[in-house]
Design a protein around this ligand. Structure first.
Ligand code: COA
Length: 449
């Protein structure tokens, strides 16, 4: 199992039930099936029940449920849900549900996972699921003195925070500590930010920590002599980190056109570009999020929170840089690593209410929010590897446009069998354009007519 830092074995931190039997994520030829057949294969692999099959088969979100989730609901909005295959993480196989509109993302992740699984797959670890809530304090005459008083009385503040959430305490979570950040000068005078450091267990944690912050606000006002304004979580989840690593020998990367060493070197050079240049880093990191966001969406989690945390983490040195690192080790092997905040939950919100999100979690078979976070970061690293490999060799457009061709065929008006025929012809011509697709479609229909 992974290198969790909770000290406890992974299943002990969850309320999700027993670990699932091992599965084989190497579902060969999945791509050659139609969606219903693919669903059948996945259902067989992870033992999906009728309810889950129905949720995945019909889009998953009844209008009545949607109406209870947000305001002024007029309908639902669907995305394709794909399955990335081949993932081995900490010696265990996972099938990865990905809800995403972009072609080539699922294929690229599956491809790199196939390469990695032959060499031990991905190794992951994570810190405990610790979130921060901030309490903003204004009008403090002696901010440093107030900081000292808050820290001296922190046990009382922690006790008040923990009195609010007995369930969390019974699961082994709760407020663990206090930090006080002093801002001597701001546009509105001196300011304190009192942080509650909270172990939120399997929750994303926003509601938990927000309630705690509101609960302790009067105590903090009393201790500091100031006025409390904001009481809200920070999406900079720098204490809730997940990490992934992968090591592959260069020969595992080689293609007909490129030697493995050349590809490994190219990936390292591509990463170096992102490390030094924020223009490149933004795109490099977007490529990582191509792997992570679709899992966040598929499991009903808050992707804005994950994006916010990722980018502030990437800028934590004061300069925006790459989230991942790629290097060549002493044996000449390519080593990729990724560490980043990952505030994902298994309980609460859409994760529990959205039937398709519940089915996606069943497919993943994760036992805790920490395990989900580690899987997401491993997929982000795989996605990053795929994009850098393509960029450093044939270019991103070749693989991407071949898969995008199906979209173009549909935009041109193709339906049914025409879609694959036109897409295949567009890709073969390396000319993936709508006007070309329309010409092909006319010729195809004319030929039939
Ligand atoms: N559906 C599902 N998986 C696919 C796939 C498809 N249409 N095409 C490729 N794959 C995956 C599979 O895992 C496959 O191995 P497997 O079938 O044995 O499991 C593996 O990729 C290699 O297949 P191959 O046909 O040899 O792929 P390729 O060399 O033509 O590569 C891409 C195609 C798209 C995977 C590759 O070009 C790539 O990774 N490009 C980068 C794409 C990217 O980063 N996109 C992000 C946004 S731009």
């Amino acid at each position: 199992m992974s290198g969790s830092e909770t000290g406890a074995a992974r299943p002990a931190i969850t309320s999700q039930g027993a670990a699932r039997p091992a599965i084989n994520s190497r579902l060969e030829n999945l791509r050659n099936l139609v969606p219903a057949e693919r669903l059948g294969k996945v259902a067989e692999a992870v033992a999906l029940g009728d309810g889950e099959l129905e949720a995945l088969g019909r889009g998953g979100l009844p209008l009545a449920l949607a109406n209870g989730m947000i305001e002024n609901v007029i309908g639902t909005f669907e995305l394709p849900l794909g399955i990335a295959t081949n993932f081995t993480i900490n010696g265990r196989d996972y099938l990865i549900p990905m809800a995403v509109e972009e072609p080539s993302v699922v294929a690229a992740a599956s491809y790199m996972a196939r390469i990695a699984r032959a060499h031990g797959g991905f190794q992951t670890s994570s810190s405990a699921p610790i979130m921060r809530a901030q309490v903003q304090v204004l009008d403090v005459a002696d901010p440093h003195g107030a900081r000292a008083r808050v820290l001296k009385d922190q046990d009382a503040i922690i006790a008040a925070a923990n009195a609010r959430d007995k369930v969390l305490i019974s699961l082994g979570g709760g407020c663990r500590g206090i930090e006080v950040h002093v801002f001597d000068r701001t546009p509105v005078g001196p300011m304190l930010a009192v942080h509650l450091i909270v172990d939120v267990r399997d929750a994303m944690g926003a509601n938990t920590v927000n309630t705690m912050a509101e609960t302790v606000a009067p105590i903090i006002e009393r201790i500091t002599g100031g006025v409390v304004r904001l009481r809200i979580l920070s999406n900079y989840a720098d204490l809730r980190l997940a990490r992934a690593a992968v090591t592959v020998p260069p020969e595992a990367l080689k293609t007909e056109d490129y030697a493995g060493e050349r590809i490994a070197r190219g990936i390292v050079e591509a990463c170096a570009f992102a490390i030094v240049d924020p223009y490149r880093a933004a795109t490099h990191n977007k490529g990582i999020m191509n792997g992570i966001d679709p899992i966040v969406v598929a499991t009903g989690n808050d992707w804005r929170a994950i994006e916010a945390g990722a980018h502030v983490w990437a800028a934590r040195s004061g300069r925006y840089t790459a989230l991942s690192n790629w290097e060549i080790d002493g044996k000449g092997h390519l080593v990729g690593t990724l560490e980043m905040p990952m505030a994902l939950g298994l309980v609460g919100g859409a994760t529990k209410t959205h039937p398709a999100a519940r089915a996606a979690l069943k497919i993943l078979g994760v036992q805790s929010a920490q395990e989900l976070a580690e899987v997401a970061v491993a997929v982000g690293l795989a996605q990053n590897m795929a994009a850098l490999r393509a960029l450093a060799t044939e270019g991103i457009q070749k693989g991407h446009m071949a898969l995008h061709a199906r979209n173009i065929a549909i935009v041109a008006g193709a339906a049914g069998d025409e879609i694959e025929t036109v897409a295949g012809a567009l890709a073969a011509d390396h000319d993936v354009r709508v006007d070309r697709a329309k010409e092909m479609l006319e010729a195809l229909r004319g030929g039939k007519g």
